[in-house]
Design a protein. Sequence first.
Length: 266
Amino acid sequence: MDKYNASASASKQAESAETLTTFMSLAKDIHRCDWERLLKKTLRELGFARFLISLGPARPDEKDPLSGVLTTFPKQWLEHYCRNGLVEIDPILKHCRQELVPYFWSAERRRARGRSRRFWELREQYGLRNGLSIPLRYELLRGTLSVAFDDVQAAEQTAVFDPAVSQLFMLVPYLLAGIGHQFQNSTPERQGLTPREMECLYWASAGKTSWEISHILTRSERTIDFHLLNARRKLGSVSRQQAVGTAAAYRLIAPAGGRPCYSRQR
């Protein structure tokens, strides 16, 4: 019996070591296609064939809510989501952009009322009845790692003790490290910002209005708006907030709180 237990323990240790090695590979700087392929394989092996990973500005783009999203959720559901503007009532999105604790779908579905209840009912039609969403944070960006459970994982009471769910939480820091590399690798395509535009974005990230930035930089408010508008265009952003989040993710501006060191333009 002792030999059997020792063998089982050794097998579990080897399996854990292999899982950790895979997670560490996701944190490395590798080609995007290879990284996405490895991520899908890893989640599938954990038992989560249906997943959604998003990371973006605090306020999502309502015209294209799936921009930058990596997912294996049913295509029909994604089309329905976009076509009917469900981003406006999505309780998962709202939770993950405001909170840090995990979000179990079944518990929230039971408590839902009104439009939120309708949202959950629609998801069920596409096989997304139960699951878990983990809030993600990277620089100024916010998002979620969402996975759909199989029927055997239906109740959150059972899911909490599922080893695969524990591994999912362990995966998060490696996932974010990998996402960080992917952002950095894309930076060369977005380096058209001038020092003044980056400085305006920095102060905007600190919550300053155009009027306040104009006094800080001793420029007119109209000039500040001009720089911020140019920055938005170059970053392909639809709002100032989205431009700030994108610039921070690509590390084109310093984190808010420390004085920027961009070269002066007069």
